[in-house]
Each structure stands twice: as structure tokens, then as C-alpha cells.
Design a protein around this ligand. Structure first.
Ligand SMILES: *[C@@H]1O[C@H](CO)[C@@H](O)[C@H](O)[C@H]1NC(C)=O
Ligand SMILES: *[C@@H]1O[C@H](CO)[C@@H](O)[C@H](O)[C@H]1NC(C)=O
Ligand SMILES: *[C@@H]1O[C@H](CO)[C@@H](O)[C@H](O)[C@H]1NC(C)=O
Length: 469
């Protein structure tokens, strides 16, 4: 815009300004001699002309000023805008500068990091190189050793031996492999065993639970054994053996069920165990838990169960056997470790008026004797409490009929468990033989039998014999 303004001003100064000065000697108005010759003063027409020109000039000047003013305003405005833009630009620039500074700093830090990393990688590389060097040195050494070894072995051993050694090495290698496999197998087995163990534990808990619930489930009444025979079969009363011992002495050797008639008694069926050198009359047998021994007084008096399985001969019949005179009571027991033991007592049993009070004197055997403590005890069942315990009915709490003293002792008519019972409450109810101040035996098999002190036909009676179970 300035470039346009300047030529305009120049034109103005060249053409118009001298006229404005009002100088009398106006060289402009002396363009030629003819004017000087006419008059020293300008003519009226000339004045008019000049005035007109001046007027025109003034008008154009005003216009020019006006126009210029507008133009200057415009320029100023634009300058303003430019200023503003320039300010913004400078702000931006300073911001960029700041950012640049920061960038520079970051770059410095990054550079430092980079240098560190470079350092590290150099170190690692050198270490790697060291390791590689060491490795190759080692390899060399090993090779040297191998060479030495082979020269040595060549010097010392024949090729056959080398082959043998190689063979041995193979064997050892395969052995090692086998051992590793074995170890793995063992580990696997161990894992499986642990797994099984937990399973077993769960099962045992379940079994214990079931056992705890058994009183409700297992309430069956055992069948009564055959009654005394007199009333039905009178002809039996003649010439029957008084017991299994006498039957044995008559030549009978097969164990089984026979009719016997103890002196002063009605005849009845009894199981004879003929497996020893003499016959014994079996009064109780447990072997599989097939019969519930938690029975009433009446059942214990008359006997229950199955001769071929588990049974109780009955107090009346046992009493009639004992009443014949000096008798031996023989206990044969097997625990859950399959260990069989026996014990024998001189035995006598009172009648029903005394609630079948038992009298025992220890004779022999390889079992500890806890039963002497039961001597003089009356028989008790869950429905007839004759024990020495003040508050408890032992037969009820411990199950089964027995010559209970004060509970917590031996009871071969307790509940049959199919393993060594786990819980205290089960153990208490289980079939057990409990020596004083010693761990009780938990039993898998029991047999109680009676025979006369001096078996009629036996001079070589041995107490350690087999057992018919
Ligand atoms: C049977 O018992 C009576 C008395 O109880 C006795 O006199 C008799 O001798 C006994 N008989 C036998 C064979 O033991
Ligand atoms: C036998 O047992 C019953 C019932 O338990 C009892 O009443 C009675 O007194 C006992 N007999 C003797 C001699 O103690
Ligand atoms: C016999 O039984 C009583 C009462 O239960 C008991 O205090 C005592 O220790 C027992 N003795 C033996 C040797 O078992």
C-alpha cells in the first residue's frame, strides 16, 4: 500500500505545491514571453482559471485525504491483525521452544540410558565371550583327557576289553534309564497311593458313620437254636453221649452237630469240634458278623444263631454241661492281624436262680488273662442288668449278653465289626478281649468251648491244637 501512496504524493508535490505557496513571482505562470508582454498583472480570466484550478485541486486533495485516511485505517487494521497474529505466533514459538527444551532434556536422559544399555550389552557380550572361552578350554581339556584315557586304555586293555567296557557303559546307561523310569513309576505309585489313602479315609469315615447308625438298622432278632428234645423225641434219651468229649471217645471224629444229653439234663443238639485230640462242645462262635448278638435274656438263655455259622448255645445248655463236674472253658481267639491265641480256665456255672454266675480259675494259654476279673459275675443282657456298674446297664451300652463286671472289659458277645474298629464308641461295643492296663484285642474269630477236665479217652491232650471255625 505504501508503494501506491508514494508516487501519488510525488505527482502532487511536482504539480500542485508551488501554486499553493502564493508566491508573487510564480515561475509556473510565466510559461512564455507573450504573457509578460500583455500585462504585468494577470487578466481576470486568468484569475478565474486559476481559482477554478485551485478549487479542483482542493477537492481532489480532500478526496485524496479522505481516501488516504480510509486506506490508512485499513492498513492500521491490518497491522493490528498482523500484530495479534504475530503475538500469537510468538507465544507459539515460545511454547515450541519450551517443548524443544524439554525434548532436549529427554533426549539427554534417553541418550544416557542408551549408553548404559550399550555398556550392559557390552559387558554381557564380554562375559558370554569369557564363558564361551572357558567352555572351549574345558572342551579342549576334556578332549585331551579323553585322548590320554584312550591312549592309556589302549596301552592297558585289549580291544576286547574296550568293547566290554563299552558294553558295560551301555548297560550302565540303560540301568540309569531304568532307574529313572523306576523312580518315575515310584513317584506315580506314591501319588496313586496318596490318592487311594484319601479315598480310603473318606470310605472309613463313611463306614464309621454307618456303624454309628447301625443300632437302628441292625436290630434283627437271631433265630433260636433247636430247643431241648425230650418232649418231641423221647427215643433220643437212651444212650446219648453226655457231651462231645464222650462222643469223641466213642470214636466219632467228624466235627458237626450232634445230639447230646449231659447228666441230669434233657437232650439237645450241639456243635462238636473234633479237630483236637479230644472232642469239645462249642458254646459260642463268631466269625463273620452274620448274627446279631445284641439279644434279650430269653434268647441268651435258650441259645440263638446257626450251628454252621455264628451262634450262642444258650445258658441253660451251658449250665447243664458245666453241672456234670470239673470242666474246662477254652477260648480260641484270632485278631485282625490273623494272630490266633488261646486261654483256658477251670469253669463252673451257677443256675438261673443265681443269674448264671460264672466261676473261673486260670489254667493256661498264650493270652493275657482278663477274665478272672469276671469270676463271680452274673450274666447280664440289655433287658436284665446284673452288672457291677452303679449307673450303666453295660449290656445295653456295650451290646451283647455277657458276665459284665463294671463295663469296659472283655466282651466276646459284642458287635462284630468287619475290621479293627476306629472310633472309641465302636471299640467299646466291639468284640474285645481286654487285659488290665493293656490295649484290648479286637477280634475277627472267636470260639468258646467246654470239655471235661480229664477227657475220658485222651491221655495226650494238648491245649495247643487246631480249631474248627
Ligand atoms: C449223673 O449225676 C448224678 C448226680 O448228679 C451222679 O450220681 C451220676 O453218677 C452221674 N452219672 C454220670 C454218668 O456221670
Ligand atoms: C437276677 O437278675 C434279676 C434281674 O436283673 C434280679 O432282679 C435278681 O435279683 C438277680 N438275682 C440275684 C440272685 O441277684
Ligand atoms: C477288675 O474290674 C474292676 C472293675 O471294673 C476294675 O477296677 C479292676 O481294675 C479290674 N481288674 C483287672 C485285673 O482287670
Amino acid at each position: 500500500m505504501r508503494t501506491i501512496l508514494i508516487p501519488v504524493l510525488f505527482v502532487l508535490s511536482a504539480t500542485c505545491v508551488p501554486a499553493l505557496c502564493g508566491n508573487e513571482e510564480t515561475p509556473v505562470l510565466q510559461p512564455g514571453a507573450p504573457a509578460e508582454t500583455r500585462s504585468r498583472f494577470a487578466g481576470l480570466d486568468d484569475v478565474r482559471l486559476l481559482a477554478n484550478g485551485l478549487l479542483q485541486l482542493g477537492q481532489s486533495l480532500r478526496e485524496f485525504v479522505q481516501r488516504t485516511k480510509g486506506q490508512i485505517n485499513d492498513i492500521l487494521q491490518k497491522l493490528n491483525i498482523f500484530d495479534h497474529s504475530f503475538y500469537q505466533l510468538s507465544v507459539l514459538a515460545s511454547e515450541i521452544k519450551e517443548e524443544g527444551e524439554e525434548l532436549k532434556k529427554t533426549t539427554v536422559v534417553l541418550k544416557a540410558n542408551n549408553d548404559e544399555i550399550k555398556d550392559l550389552s557390552v559387558q554381557i557380550n564380554s562375559k558370554m565371550e569369557n564363558i564361551m572361552q572357558e567352555k572351549s578350554q574345558l572342551q579342549n581339556k576334556v578332549e585331551g583327557l579323553e585322548k590320554k584315557l584312550s591312549t592309556l586304555s589302549h596301552g592297558l586293555v585289549t580291544s576286547d576289553q574296550v568293547a566290554e567296557i563299552n558294553g558295560l557303559r551301555d548297560v550302565i546307561n540303560s540301568q540309569e534309564q531304568s532307574i529313572i523310569e523306576l523312580l518315575n513309576a515310584v513317584k506315580e505309585q506314591n501319588d496313586q497311593i496318596n490318592h487311594q489313602k484319601t479315598k480310603i479315609k473318606i470310605l472309613e469315615e463313611k463306614v464309621d458313620d454307618t456303624i454309628e447308625r447301625m443300632p437302628e438298622n441292625f436290630n434283627s432278632e437271631a433265630p433260636t437254636l433247636t430247643p431241648f428234645l425230650t418232649s418231641i423225641c423221647g427215643h433220643f434219651s437212651t444212650d446219648l453221649p453226655s457231651d462231645c468229649s464222650q462222643l469223641f471217645s466213642r470214636g466219632e471224629r467228624a466235627s458237626g452237630v450232634y445230639a447230646i444229653r449231659p447228666n441230669g439234663s434233657e437232650p439237645f443238639m450241639a456243635f462238636c469240634d473234633m479237630s483236637k485230640d479230644y472232642g469239645v462242645t462249642v458254646i459260642q462262635r463268631r466269625r463273620d458278623g452274620s448274627v446279631n448278638f445284641d439279644q434279650t435274656w430269653e434268647k441268651y438263655e435258650n441259645g440263638f444263631g446257626y450251628f454252621q455259622g455264628e451262634f450262642w448255645l444258650g445258658l441253660r445248655k451251658i449250665r447243664s454241661l458245666a453241672a456234670q463236674g470239673d470242666s474246662v472253658l477254652h477260648f480260641q481267639l484270632e485278631d485282625w492281624k490273623q494272630v490266633r491265641r488261646f486261654i483256658e480256665y477251670r469253669f463252673y456255672l451257677d443256675g438261673p436262680e443265681s443269674n448264671y454266675t460264672i466261676h473261673l480259675t486260670h489254667l493256661s494259654g498264650d493270652l493275657p488273662d482278663p477274665i478272672s476279673n469276671h469270676t463271680g459275675m452274673m450274666f447280664s443282657t440289655k433287658d436284665r442288668d446284673n452288672d457291677k456298674h452303679q449307673d450303666l446297664n453295660c449290656a445295653h451300652s456295650y451290646t451283647g449278653g455277657w458276665w459284665f463286671n463294671a463295663c469296659g472289659d472283655t466282651n466276646l458277645n459284642g458287635r462284630y465289626f468287619h475290621m479293627r474298629p476306629k472310633g472309641r464308641s465302636e471299640r467299646r461295643r466291639g468284640i474285645q478281649w481286654k487285659p488290665a492296663r493293656k490295649a484290648p484285642y479286637f477280634l475277627k474269630l472267636t470260639q468258646i468251648s467246654v470239655y471235661p477236665v480229664a477227657p475220658p479217652s485222651s491221655s495226650s491232650a494238648s491245649s495247643e491244637t487246631g480249631i474248627f471255625l
